[in-house]
Design a protein around this ligand. Structure first.
Ligand code: ADP
Ligand code: SF4
Ligand code: MG
Length: 270
């Protein structure tokens, strides 16, 4: 059975870093496919060592590309795909995901014996396009990345609304720390509010940008570091996870109330 995971979260929250590092972890044992579904198209950069051409850009030149024009092999032979996006200001951002998924299906990529498939999906807009990995059941389980910041939790709550609408399975919340006070507890209380739980807490680490500069994952660049162990542990927890829920997202008023409550509890003191 292939484990099919989608990682959603606000732009810049740390999705690609997490996806690339858990993919690197799985690659030590498993056959892995990573599909970047963010118009930023940089999920696989640290796995491949540079940016790969996106499905949308390849299709512009050639309507019927071969598999090797869209699937690239990176670190430990991880298969890497980037859906890509439109020119800024023109066209539909979600189209890349739809087009990429259709092409990969036509090329038979999903028939290959992958043990793990990971989708990295932008969750600022949970529109039809970005919901494709869930709506079409390409992914079976979802994880939301958030920090303890208002906007990031706001996006997480919106993603939970999308997950509920599609009756998908939420496997947990990943707290990627920005360094605010009581951050893990804030994210934990949010997870609890929506009927989920925190499956991993990733501390901030200088090793992340240091690896990123060299287009490597932390696992490749600093394999013996504590931060690498954190990603290995998250990968293991996700792989073994059997605890899924359809989330109960907060209404806008409940969300505002949640933040007021945090303040009353002495959190969010700056
Ligand atoms: P996203 O894919 O959600 O847009 P990225 O994974 O590209 O986010 O991360 C955004 C920025 O935050 C990157 O420059 C990355 O180096 C940095 N970053 C992510 N996680 C951490 C962390 N745990 N510690 C330090 N920097 C991080
Ligand atoms: Fe594209 Fe999403 Fe906009 Fe629809 S809502 S046009 S899928 S970006
Ligand atoms: Mg990204």
């Amino acid at each position: 059975m292939t484990k099919k995971i989608a990682i959603y979260g606000k732009g810049g929250i740390g999705k690609s870093t997490i996806v690339a590092n858990i993919a690197a972890s799985y690659s030590q044992e498993y056959n892995v496919l990573v599909i970047g579904c963010d118009p930023k198209a940089d999920t696989t950069r640290t796995l491949y060592g540079s940016r790969i051409p996106t499905v949308l850009s390849v299709l512009k030149e050639n309507k019927e590309p071969r598999t090797e024009e869209v699937v690239y092999h990176g670190y430990n032979n991880i298969s890497c795909v980037e859906s890509g996006g439109p020119e800024p200001g023109v066209g539909c951002a979600g189209r890349g995901v739809i087009v990429a998924m259709n092409l990969l299906e036509r090329l038979g990529v999903f028939k290959e014996p992958f043990d793990v498939i990971i989708y990295d999906v932008l969750g600022d807009v949970v529109c039809g396009g970005f919901a494709v990995p869930l709506r079409e059941e390409f992914a079976d389980e979802v994880y939301i990345v958030t920090s303890g910041e208002y906007m990031s939790l706001y996006a997480a709550n919106n993603i939970a609304k999308g997950i509920k609408k599609l009756n998908s399975k939420l496997g947990g919340i990943i707290c990627n720390c920005k360094g605010i006070k009581d951050e893990a507890q804030i994210v934990e209380s949010f997870a609890e509010k929506i009927g989920s739980r925190v499956i991993g807490v990733i501390p901030r680490s200088e090793l992340v940008p240091e690896s990123e500069i060299e287009a490597m994952t932390v696992i490749e660049k600093f394999p013996d570091s504590k931060q690498a162990m954190v990603y290995h542990e998250l990968a293991r927890r996700i792989y073994e996870n059997k605890d899924f829920t359809v989330p109960e997202p907060l209404t806008t008023d409940e969300f505002e109330g949640f933040f007021k409550e945090l303040k009353n509890m002495g959190f969010l003191e700056f």
